[in-house]
Ligand binder design. Structure first.
Ligand code: NAI
Ligand code: A1CAB
Length: 270
């Protein structure tokens, strides 16, 4: 199934906030006609209203794809209206954290063709990374369709099994928030050492953005790139001694943060 099939049979989006909106924007920019898209959202943004998609109107009976992008807590209330589309030729793609394949199959029926996808917010500028995995009813073509859909907002990787999804959410799904927090705390440290707030923020943002781009583009590993900054006995080495401390540094802190993320994800799934 390609964009052509989606154009012909339609895409239904349930919930078009930050993530649904970013995906829709990428798809429209990629050439999907607005009149091939039906959105259900009780609080549409001004941007969404101006796109020309069908908004809160009657839905096609058998769209090519239904994209589920409401909060996990809303899913059980919002899904029943789409139940008639499940079990046939429509592929369901969900970006919600927490809810497992089993959960969707309970709500929609075991015959539903389903792909779980976990993007992240750099999707808003086409720089997201999305991990996808299908249920047993999803065919190879369905994974291709989900990949084509999510490629509109960045890279796509395929998982071997659903069990990997928890770690993906903990690392890349929520990860942008960790990086934004890194910018905040680097800027705060600069401020505490006497820099003006705007200057500290500019330095922190440019450093994280530049280092991220270098890590992505360079042939060197992140470890080698770190070593390249670190003169023996120099200033970076002094800072890294604090940050890389195996008891109190970032390694155990990040492990705890990711573990907390996964624990919450499992709670949301209940
Ligand atoms: N924001 C993020 O970084 C990421 C979010 N996700 C997932 O994406 C999903 C959506 O998250 P966001 O876009 O951040 O939330 P959001 O709050 O920006 O968007 C949710 C949208 O759903 C709409 N909505 C609420 N009740 C509805 C209903 N009954 N029927 C239809 N639409 C309804 C809201 O009006 C809103 O526009 C969540 O399940 C989340 O787990 C996945 C990866 C990353
Ligand atoms: O915080 C959340 O639950 C969602 C899932 C990944 C990013 N945001």
């Amino acid at each position: 199934m390609s964009f052509e099939t989606i154009s012909e049979r339609g895409l239904v989006i349930l919930g078009c906030g930050r993530m649904g909106g970013a995906i829709l924007e990428g798809l429209l920019k990629g050439g999907l006609p607005a009149n091939a898209v039906w959105v259900i959202d009780p609080n549409p943004s001004g941007w969404l209203t101006g796109t020309g998609v069908h908004l809160n109107t009657e839905l096609p009976a058998e769209p090519a794809v239904v994209l589920l992008a409401v909060k996990p807590q809303m899913m059980a209330d919002a899904l029943p209206q789409l139940q008639a589309m499940a079990g046939g030729d429509t592929l369901f793609v969900t970006v919600a954290a927490g809810i497992t394949m089993e959960g969707y199959e309970r709500m929609l029926g075991g015959e539903t063709r389903l792909v779980r996808a976990m993007p992240n917010t750099p999707a808003a500028i086409g720089r997201g990374v999305t991990a996808i995995v299908g249920n047993p009813k999803a065919m190879t073509g369905d994974l291709d369709t989900a990949e084509a859909l999510m490629s509109a907002v960045g890279q796509v990787v395929r998982l071997e099994n659903e069990g990997q999804m928890d770690a993906v959410i903990g690392v890349s799904g929520s990860g942008p928030a960790y990086v934004f927090h890194l910018i905040e705390v680097m800027a705060a440290a600069g401020e505490a050492e006497g820099l003006a707030p705007e200057l500290a923020l500019q330095l922190a943002k440019a450093t994280v953005a530049g280092a991220g781009a270098l890590a992505e583009q360079s042939d060197e590993t992140p470890s080698k790139l770190r070593e390249n900054v670190t003169s023996p006995g120099g200033t970076t080495a002094a800072a890294l001694e604090v940050l890389m401390d195996p008891q109190t540094g970032m390694p155990p802190l990040m492990r705890r943060a990711v573990a907390a993320n996964i624990a919450r994800n499992r709670e949301l799934g209940k």
